[in-house]
Each structure stands twice: as structure tokens, then as C-alpha cells.
Design a protein around this ligand. Structure first.
Ligand code: ADP
Ligand code: MG
Length: 658
């Protein structure tokens, strides 16, 4: 830009600029600026002076593109500002203006250096470069030893110097200072004025706004306004050797440096750091809000793990004790007194059915077992060598009797765990010992594997098994099986096989007295209930996740309200709407990611505790990833509204909020 051009094209040209407030929602319209016409040139040091309420700050907001006029024209370097969108205005603020406010307007959660760096972040400067520049500026302003201090740890004068450094960060071609000394004692005020002098001498365009005539006299040109009109203007000061004015960026033409991927990455990194800072400062409140997400995620993980675990336990039970198992018994017809007794011929008939793998007759009745002087009443039973196959019940110690014992009516027995405990409390190995069953001597061949509690009542382990033939001849005096245990080949056809058994026995026995107790159905029903339970638990957990998400939205809305002024400051230093949107989204996501991680850890810990209490628990990676993903998604979804609200704020309105 040549010297001739600077003369012809003023940096700032206002034509009949007007601004009114109100006029809607019942508020009376007040015209605060009533036709300001003014030309300011690059490199000028201008003071705008006027009493309180005369419209100085309003004018400054318009000059700094923080607000739009309601009438008249504003040409910046020959370009009409009215034609620029919000992003272009943000860019202009970032690259051309630096603001110094009476109330400093520093972000309280950030250090001095971070406050100074902010305009450069939005301009897309490299981190090392902007840190070096911020340190250099602060050092030059005498704050080299206060870089890491937060605003509340600095005096008023120091804070104002930080804000001047911030105004200079992106070049500070035009410094707009609104009552910069207003809140300062005279010595600090003098220091700030000396700095403004220095800047003007270095070629910065300085626009100083003050109500104090004495302060205004420091400028080379004084413009007085009263009731929204210019009442006097000392005119452009003739300068002996005008310094070279700082080059101005041309917003409409050059590509925006803030849009390169590297700049975006660096901005996201900054947003993350700032979000972490805010979260840490409000850690108690954030923690409470997070509780919802933490509980949500943890309960999804734990409930699904418990659900899957107990489902698995049922499946294991099915494979252990056999879903393929059923019991056949004859129930006597009490009215006619017929039937009620199964025979070994019936067992043979059942065994010949195609889907039947094993059919084992079983005869049972109480016996008194005795060893030495210990009497123990227990469930006695006669079974065949198919016992283990039919009931999936192995012998843990010793052996089971074999075919020859069966044929020879051998007096041998296999005892249950409880019987062993009662008769061999002295620790003797029962195998090979002799016991009496209803006064008949038997040799113990083996001990059955412990089975634990049975169908709710007595323990299954309260049992003594002898060969069927022996039981019939020596113990019960009858060879009618009490029931027949049946195992099938194809579990899916178990119900059909059960019906078939009923039919063939009815035909053979000429009486319909046989009933089949089919475990398959009940186990299937249990598995089904279990699945329903898992789904229910999952749903409850999901609801708590949503509640957690609403908590996040709540805290984000609160954050936006609390930090409206910070949003204004960020906008004044050049943040675009999308930068603010990103900042708050990053915060919401960070909050939920933290909650999600805590939830996953909590869920795993609770699950581990349950395992210690021997509750069946199976963690599923899908459930963990799903719960975590949902949490983050909730953060995004519920954080979006508050973030958009923040981004849509008007810079001036945001700045002036308390
Ligand atoms: P100064 O900075 O010169 O003291 P301002 O520019 O802040 O004056 O305000 C000028 C006038 O505009 C005051 O009368 C004030 O009440 C009014 N004003 C400023 N901002 C608003 C607003 N947002 N809504 C309504 N009136 C406003
Ligand atoms: Mg003011």
C-alpha cells in the first residue's frame, strides 16, 4: 500500500452511522448513536472522549465489529462491513483489531500466557511460535515472571498489561482501548498510557476511549462526542515523520489460515486442554454430573455380564445334567385302582424307540444304612449300569458296579456324598468297606460325584445305589421300577419322544397311567426367562445412560450460562461461531469420555467383586464398547444444543453479561 493510497483510502470511514437499542418487546427505542461521520487513518492515535452514557462504548463495539449498526455505513479499508458474514467479521477482529477493556476481560481459568495466546490459536498459528510470541510480549510488558499466573493472581495493572499483550498478539494493527485506565490506580494507569503511547509511536493505530479529558490529551487527535453526536474533532494531527503504518491483512482475499488441517488440530488440542482445565476446576460439580454416566455405563456392563453369566450357567447346567433327560413314571388311576406299576418290559419298549439313547429302570425307597454304631436313614435305589449315562452322574471315587454284579445280585453299593459324610465321618476311605443296608451287608464300591442341592428339597447326594436286581431281591421285594430315566439322542425332538412313550405304553399296558417328566421344557423355559431378564436389565441400564446424558446437557447449559462472558471474550479475540461450537462440544465429549472410562472401570470392578462372591459373570467386549460408545454419543447429542446456543451468542451481548 503506497503512501498516496493511505491518504485517499481511510482505514476506517463512518458515514452517518446510527445505533438504536430496544424498539421491540415493549422496550422503547433509544437512539444511542445519532449519525456519526468520521474518517480514521492508519497510524493515527485518536482519543474519543465524552461523558458517561454518551455512546462511546457503543461506538467502539461498532468500530471493532463486535456489533452491527442499525443505520449508516461503515467502510473498513474501503470495504463495506455490512456485506460481511459472521465469519468474515470474526476474521477481521482477529487479524486487524486488538481490544483492551476497562474490566480486562481475561478468561479466569487460563494462565496469563494462555490468555495472550488465544487470538493466535484462532488465527491458526503454530503452537511453538505463538507460545514464544506470547512470552516475548509479556516479558516486554514486564510480566516475564507471571506467565503461568491466573488472572485472579495478578493485580489490576498486571491484568491490563496481559490484555494489552493479547491485543498485540496477532499484530494489533488497530488497538481499541475502552477506558483502559478506568479501573486502575494512577500509577498503573500511567504505565498503561505509556504503553499506548509506545504502540502509537511504533505505527499501531490506537483508538482510545475515555471520559477523562486529561487522559484524552495524550492522543494526537481528540474527538468529543455527546449524546451520540460528534461535537468536536481536533482533526488529523500533522506528524513530522509518520512511522510506517503496519500492513493490514485483506480479509476477503487471502485464504484463512485458521482452516488448514494443522490449525484445526492445534485448535482442537487447545480446546481439549481448556476443557480439561475447566473440568478440573469444577471437578466436584462435574463429578456429580458424571455420576449419572458412570452409573449408566457401569450398570450396562455389569447387568449384561450378570445376565450373560447366569444364562451361561443355565446352559452349563443343561449340558451337565442333560436337557436330553426325562423321567417316566406310572401314576395309578385312583378312581379305578388300576395301573400304577411299571415293568421291565415297559423299559424294553421305551428303549426300542428310535430317539431313545438310554432307558434305565430305577427302583427307590428309604433304607437305613449302618456302619459300626452309626445309623443313617437315606434314600436307597436300585439302578443299572446305565446309571452314569442316563443321569450324567459320574463316580468320583472307586468304581460303579458292572454287568456281572447285576447278574449275580451282588451285594455292592455306590454311596452318595452325604452318606459318606455320615458313615465315614472318621475319614476312612469308604471304598472296600462294608456297611449294612436294612441289616443286609453290602460292600462299598465307590462314591458318587457330589451334585449339590437337588430340586429344592433334599440333597441329591443323600443316596445309596445298588444293582437293580439286588435292590429288587434284597431290599424292596419288588421288581417294578419306581421310574425310568430316559436320555434321548435329539434334544429338539424330546417332546415328541415323550408323547410317543405315553402312547406306546398306553397301548402295551391297556391303561393310560404313564406320565413323562420332561426336563427339556423346563430348562428351555428357564433359559427363556433368563434371556428376558438380561434384556430387561439391559433396558434399565440404558435408561440410566440416557438420564446421565440429560445430566450432561444440564451441566453444559449451566456452563454456557456461566461462561457467557468468556464466549464473548473468545469472540472478541477472533473465535468464529464454529470455534465456539467446537470448544463446547469438545467439553461435552470430554466429560462423557471421562464418565465412560470411569464407568467401564467401575463396571469391571463391580463385576470382579461379584465373581469373588461366586455370582456367574461373563463380560462382553461388545457390551463394554457399546456402553462406552453410547456414553460418548450421549455427550455429543446432549452437548450439541448447549454448544449451539453458545455459538449463536452475539459478541457484545456475551461480553456485557455478568
Ligand atoms: P458510554 O460508554 O459512553 O458510557 P454506552 O455506549 O455504554 O455509553 O451507552 C450509551 C447509551 O446506550 C446509554 O444510555 C446506555 O443506557 C445505552 N445502552 C448501551 N447498551 C445498551 C443495550 N444493550 N440496550 C439498551 N441500551 C443500551
Ligand atoms: Mg463505556
Amino acid at each position: 500500500m503506497s503512501a498516496a493510497e493511505t491518504k485517499t483510502t481511510p482505514l476506517i470511514a463512518l458515514h452517518d452511522l446510527r445505533k438504536s437499542y430496544g424498539g421491540h418487546d415493549g422496550a422503547p427505542a433509544v437512539e444511542v448513536l445519532r449519525g456519526i461521520t468520521l474518517e480514521l487513518h492508519a497510524g493515527e492515535f485518536v482519543a474519543i472522549v465524552g461523558s458517561s452514557g454518551s455512546g462511546k462504548s457503543t461506538l467502539m463495539h461498532l468500530l471493532g465489529c463486535l456489533d452491527r449498526p442499525t443505520g449508516g455505513r461503515y467502510l473498513f479499508a474501503g470495504q463495506d462491513v455490512a456485506g460481511m458474514d459472521a465469519d468474515a467479521l470474526a476474521r477481521l477482529r482477529r487479524e486487524a483489531f486488538g481490544f483492551v477493556f476497562q474490566g480486562y476481560h481475561l478468561i479466569s481459568t487460563e494462565s496469563a500466557q494462555e490468555n495472550v495466546e488465544m487470538p493466535a490459536i484462532y488465527a491458526g498459528a503454530a503452537p511453538a511460535e505463538r507460545a514464544a510470541r506470547a512470552r516475548a510480549l509479556l516479558t516486554r510488558l514486564g510480566l516475564g515472571d507471571r506467565l503461568g499466573h491466573r488472572p485472579h493472581q495478578l493485580s489490576g495493572g498486571q491484568q491490563q498489561r496481559v490484555s494489552i499483550a493479547r491485543a498485540l498478539m496477532n499484530g494489533g494493527r488497530i488497538v481499541l482501548a475502552d477506558e483502559p485506565t478506568g479501573a486502575l490506580d494512577s500509577r498503573s494507569g500511567e504505565e498503561v498510557m505509556a504503553l499506548l503511547d509506545e504502540m502509537a509511536a511504533a505505527g499501531h493505530t490506537v483508538i482510545l476511549i475515555t471520559h477523562d479529558r486529561e487522559v484524552a490529551q495524550r492522543a494526537r487527535r481528540v474527538i468529543e462526542i455527546r449524546d451520540g453526536c460528534i461535537v468536536s474533532d481536533s482533526g488529523r494531527a500533522p506528524v513530522a515523520a509518520p512511522p510506517e503504518p503496519l500492513p493490514l491483512p485483506s480479509p476477503a482475499t487471502t485464504a484463512d489460515a485458521a482452516d488448514t488441517p494443522r490449525a484445526l488440530l492445534s485448535e482442537l488440542h487447545e480446546a481439549l486442554r481448556a476443557a480439561w482445565r475447566v473440568m478440573w476446576i469444577h471437578r466436584f460439580r462435574t463429578g456429580l454430573t458424571l455420576l449419572g454416566i458412570v452409573i449408566g455405563v457401569a450398570s450396562v456392563i455389569v447387568m449384561l455380564a450378570v445376565g450373560t453369566g447366569s444364562q451361561e450357567a443355565v446352559m452349563k447346567q443343561i449340558s451337565l445334567f442333560g436337557a436330553d433327560k426325562m423321567y417316566v413314571a406310572a401314576i395309578p388311576d385312583s378312581a379305578r385302582g388300576r395301573g400304577g406299576k411299571l415293568t421291565l418290559a415297559d423299559v424294553d419298549t421305551i428303549r426300542r424307540l428310535p430317539n431313545v439313547r438310554v432307558a434305565m429302570p430305577y427302583i427307590e425307597g428309604f433304607v437305613v444304612a449302618r456302619r459300626g454304631n452309626v445309623d443313617h436313614r437315606t434314600e436307597g435305589g436300585g439302578a443299572t449300569t446305565d446309571f452314569e449315562q442316563a443321569l450324567k452322574w459320574p463316580t468320583a471315587r472307586g468304581i460303579f458296579f458292572d454287568e456281572s454284579d447285576e447278574q449275580s445280585l451282588a451285594k455292592v453299593a455306590v454311596i452318595g456324598e452325604r452318606v459318606q459324610a455320615a458313615l465315614f465321618a472318621d475319614g476312612t476311605n469308604p471304598v472296600g468297606q462294608r456297611i449294612l443296608l436294612d441289616n443286609v451287608p453290602f460292600d462299598v464300591l465307590g462314591v458318587l460325584a457330589a451334585k449339590g442341592a437337588g430340586g429344592g428339597q433334599a440333597s441329591e447326594d443323600e443316596r445309596v445305589i445298588v444293582p437293580f436286581s439286588t435292590a429288587a431281591a434284597r431290599l424292596y421285594g419288588s421288581n417294578h421300577p419306581t421310574w425310568v430315566a430316559v436320555a434321548v439322542h435329539d434334544v429338539d425332538k424330546a417332546s415328541e419322544t415323550a408323547a410317543e412313550i405315553v402312547e406306546v405304553l398306553a397301548a402295551q399296558r391297556h391303561v393310560r397311567d404313564v406320565q413323562v417328566f420332561n426336563q427339556t421344557e423346563s430348562i428351555k423355559a428357564r433359559a427363556q426367562t433368563q434371556r428376558t431378564m438380561t434384556v430387561m436389565l439391559g433396558l434399565i441400564a440404558a435408561v440410566s445412560l440416557v438420564v446421565g446424558g440429560i445430566g450432561v446437557m444440564n451441566v453444559m447449559l449451566m456452563t454456557v450460562r456461566e461462561r457467557t462472558r468468556e464466549i464473548g471474550i473468545r469472540m472478541a479475540t477472533g473465535a468464529r461461531q464454529r470455534d465456539i461450537l467446537r470448544q463446547f462440544l469438545v467439553e461435552a465429549v470430554l466429560v462423557t469420555v471421562t464418565g465412560g472410562v470411569a464407568g467401564v472401570v467401575g463396571g469391571l470392578l463391580v463385576g470382579a467383586a461379584l465373581i469373588v462372591w461366586s455370582v456367574p459373570v461373563i463380560f462382553s467386549l461388545t457390551a463394554i464398547a457399546g456402553a462406552f460408545g453410547c456414553a460418548v454419543l450421549t455427550g455429543l447429542v446432549f452437548g450439541f444444543m448447549p454448544a449451539r446456543k453458545a455459538a449463536a451468542l452475539d459478541p457484545v451481548a456475551a461480553l456485557s453479561s455478568e
